[in-house]
Design a protein around this ligand. Sequence first.
Ligand SMILES: NC(=O)c1ccc[n+]([C@@H]2O[C@H](COP(=O)([O-])OP(=O)(O)OC[C@H]3O[C@@H](n4cnc5c(N)ncnc54)[C@H](OP(=O)(O)O)[C@@H]3O)[C@@H](O)[C@H]2O)c1
Length: 293
Amino acid sequence: MMKVLITGGSGQLGGELQRTQPPGSTVFAPGRGQLDISDRPAVTAHVRRTRPDVVINAAAYTSVDRAEQNAEDALRVNAGGAENVALAAMEAGARLIHVSTDYVFDGRSASPYATDHPLQPVNKYGESKAEGERRVMTATRDQAVIVRTAWLYAATGANFVNTMLRLFRGQESVNVVSDQIGSPTWARGLARSLWRFAATPGLGGRFHWTDDGECSWHEFSLAIHDEAFALGMLPRRCRILPITTCDWPTPAPRPAYSVLDKRTTWRALGMKAPHWRAALREMLQDVNDNAPK
Ligand SMILES: NC(=O)c1ccc[n+]([C@@H]2O[C@H](COP(=O)([O-])OP(=O)(O)OC[C@H]3O[C@@H](n4cnc5c(N)ncnc54)[C@H](OP(=O)(O)O)[C@@H]3O)[C@@H](O)[C@H]2O)c1
């Protein structure tokens, strides 16, 4: 029976990992209140006590804009915390699956980023995650699995889908950036892929997992609107206007293009992600089916 420790258990990915837990596995999924990954002695003690076969590091400082002002906090969690988890996993002989981000890349590519593309983040969050990747690989002597993902959403959590649904319900029109391109990814599909990694010994190195296809935030918002409206989740239609990044300044710069090349991952796992629009439809259907009537 596989014993698995999931850090960041109360995050959107942590929640979906628990929802998709394989039958027969035992899962510990402490939230930050139960296990702070930046506390090395606490991480070591937790792993010694629970003796997992696999550790999935889903904990992270994920506030991209706040990280610009709080770069040290982001680094403490995303680099120092990741290193603590990696060292504890190594000591226990557990395999480590560490989650990283498309924001480790510069966004200037015109085609999907390969897993070995040089890391050149454009903001502090990306820098902290890139440093986390390096420390994880050093601590595990390159044995860890690092899975980069992007544009994550789930039914609960602070994410683009939930923000858009709230705005569509409260406003007549919404402006959305149309010159940043990426791949929206349902956290549930990512969780399933991480369980496949957990069940596939012998894999190590850097991998990419997002839903298939690409779009701008504006195209993503149109799809959220149309799918939600078709399901009766919106009281009326809302107008969605494209704007540019210059029209919507944020504290942290964003990569203009952050699509990841998934081909080696799909081959290694023997499974492929659905198109982002199909995953979005399934997620909204699931939210609608489970909404209080
Ligand atoms: N969200 C995205 O669009 C996106 C895109 C690319 C990659 N990723 C990566 O995907 C992974 C999962 O992200 P997510 O979307 O599930 O993020 P999330 O919903 O923000 O969850 C992150 C979790 O980590 C916890 N956490 C923060 N600091 C911690 C600490 N010091 N010790 C232990 N737990 C701590 C948070 O707890 P609190 O809520 O209590 O702070 C939260 O439960 C992360 O590695 C992230 O970098 C996310």
